[in-house]
Design a protein around this ligand. Structure first.
Ligand code: DON
Length: 569
């Protein structure tokens, strides 16, 4: 009898443990890290967004239609970076000879001024450029997605917002990572908002909790009905301006109504003859800096150095340092400052820039200035889409930091960005990502703040080869650099290339950052002997990418560093 009772107790105890651990660790969705297909594919930071995009593709929509669905679903279910209150960049492949770039980066408000974050004592008030109402630029996302659809979409705008509206209206379940991020920011949601927001509750969030966002659903319905005017004019614009007034912000109706995305020719460059990379021109530095680093790497046989050997790490780190020193001095919004795009991306310049490379020693960053141009003439998210018509979309979008300014527009239910911190708020002083800037990236009304975002599309001999991008602040461009090098020079599969640990050097601070298990002990020792200071950091970004094989089969890979998930067939 005692024996049976004991067994019963043990059983109940075990059941309790199982139930408890299920509740704590419950992942409410299936996350597909690798999906193979033949028709179309969507890879995003959240399984619900990937599925929403796939549904549109299955209905016969093209990659731009799927982009609209994905972008708005991310704004609902991935609130820390998916957004309507932020901005981003699109690389769009209509066909192999028509590839375009759309800049829907935020702009500085008309009342912004060069020294707005500098106090009387000359020090920066850096909490103001990162937190709260003064940290926001004019959001570009709604106009960007709308203009992309107007020019290239095929399904009606209204249908494309339906999934997002229903997740906002009826709620969705939090993943473990989302619950954790909301908890990490809960005190800021309280401190920076003078109204009750759905992001804050008295008890911590846990995986499987449902979040309903009625105000956001209302906002999305207005955008569904009136398009971009529904956001930049009328009731939503009134709520944004009211929110600004209540918290000392400066965005006006005029700022909102004047916001315009800009279509550009992408930065286009070849690598080792058969690959052509299409990526973002300014206002992002990403494309130019990636181009400069790839140009330097093209001058040697990287493959022969071996993957993650001291020699290849040293080479890549030295190219990164040189390119980031150039970024700090030369890069800003090209509509406001003369950015020497041609000079920075010239193959001859790269050869000259890397000519000081010493194979057994790193040059201290203090001694490494920007090059002389002689040849003139932590939260973001990325999604990649390919459709069955051969069209492709590569979008990186952001609020800047996790949940941006942490200000939620009262009555409208969405988060505003803290992108103003991407300007060089005081020349020579590092921003949130430790990046230094200069005159080129000083604050000016209407100007776009410099970005590292590097969405890209790669063709191999004119056929679609890769669609990729990542979040990660300053590490975005070096993550894209190492992804391409891993695939092209070290012959890795897309999954290997993404999953391999990454490292990063941004010139200043003079530190070679790396992920866990990136270097073995002997390599670390050798790098230190070369003069590097090494520092381990948490994961760098989350690459969501699609590879198209020579037989036209498609592979979608979600980075193992997050909840990123692929959907396709
Ligand atoms: O535009 C940029 O470079 C930054 N605002 C990106 C921020 C970011 O990636 C944060 N995510 N991890």
């Amino acid at each position: 009898m005692i024996h049976i009772n004991m067994r019963k107790h043990i059983y109940l105890f075990m059941l309790f443990i199982v139930m408890f651990s299920c509740e704590v660790n419950a992942q409410p969705y299936t996350i597909n890290k690798q999906v193979k297909g033949k028709k179309h594919m969507v890879v995003t930071a959240h399984p619900l967004a990937s599925e929403a995009g796939l549904i549109i593709l299955k209905k016969g929509g093209n990659a731009i239609d799927a982009m609209v669905a994905v972008h708005f679903v991310l704004a609902v279910v991935y609130q820390r970076a998916g957004n309507i209150g932020g901005g981003g960049y699109l690389i769009y492949r209509r066909n192999h000879y028509n590839i375009q770039a759309l800049d829907f980066r935020e702009t500085a408000p008309e009342l912004a001024s060069r020294n707005m974050y500098i106090q009387q004592n000359g020090h920066i008030n850096d909490s103001v450029s990162k937190d709260g109402h003064l940290a926001s630029g004019i959001p570009g996302s709604v106009a960007g997605v709308y203009d992309a659809h107007k020019a290239n979409g095929t399904l009606p705008w209204k249908t494309l917002l339906q999934s997002a509206i229903s997740y906002a209206e009826n709620g969705f379940l939090l993943t473990e990572k989302e619950a954790e991020e909301l908890n990490n920011n809960r005190l800021d949601f309280k401190r920076l908002n003078n109204h009750q927001t759905v992001f804050y509750q008295d008890i911590p969030w846990k995986a499987g909790d449902k979040i309903v966002q009625k105000d956001l659903a209302k906002t999305l319905r207005i955008i569904q009905k009136y398009g971009k005017d529904g956001f930049y004019k009328g009731a939503i614009a009134d709520l944004i301006v009211k929110e600004m007034k209540s918290g000392g912000g400066i965005i006006t109706h005029k700022d909102l109504s004047q916001y315009k995305p800009i279509w550009h020719q992408p930065i286009e460059f070849t690598y080792r003859d058969s690959f052509t990379v299409y990526t973002m021109p300014p206002s992002s530095a990403g494309g130019m800096i990636l181009n400069e680093m790839m140009n330097m790497s093209e001058t040697i046989n990287l493959h022969s150095l071996g993957f993650h050997t001291t020699a290849s790490i040293h080479w890549l780190a030295e190219t990164e340092k040189r390119a980031y020193a150039d970024r700090a001095v030369y890069c800003g919004d090209a509509d406001y400052y003369h950015v020497p795009i041609y000079g920075l991306t010239a193959k001859k310049y790269a050869k000259h820039r890397i000519s000081t490379f010493n194979p057994t020693k790193t040059i201290p960053s203090k001694q490494m200035k920007e090059g002389t141009l002689q040849y003139t003439s932590e939260e973001t998210t990325h999604y990649s889409i390919v459709d069955s018509y051969g069209q492709a979309v590569s979008v990186t979008t952001t609020l800047n930091g996790n949940y941006g300014s942490r200000v939620i527009v009262k009555g409208a239910g969405f988060v505003l960005n803290n992108e103003m911190d991407d300007f060089s708020v005081k020349p020579g002083t590092p921003n949130m990502f430790g990046l230094i800037g200069a005159e080129a990236n000083a604050i000016q009304p209407g100007k776009r703040m410099l970005s590292s975002m590097t969405p890209l599309i790669v063709q191999k001999n004119d056929s679609l080869f890769l669609i990729a991008g990542t979040p990660g602040g300053a590490t975005i461009t070096t993550s894209m650099y190492q992804l391409l090098i891993n695939m092209i020079d070290f012959n890795m599969s897309l999954q290997q290339a993404i999953y391999s640990p990454r490292f990063h050097h941004q010139w200043l601070p003079d530190i070679l950052y790396h992920e866990a298990d990136c270097f073995d002990t002997a390599t670390k020792k050798e790098l230190e002997q070369f003069g590097y200071t090494l520092k381990q950091r948490s994961a760098f970004g989350r690459i969501d990418a699609i590879y198209i094989a020579p037989d036209a089969s498609i592979e979608g890979i979600g980075d193992n560093r997050g909840d990123d998930s692929a959907s396709g067939e």
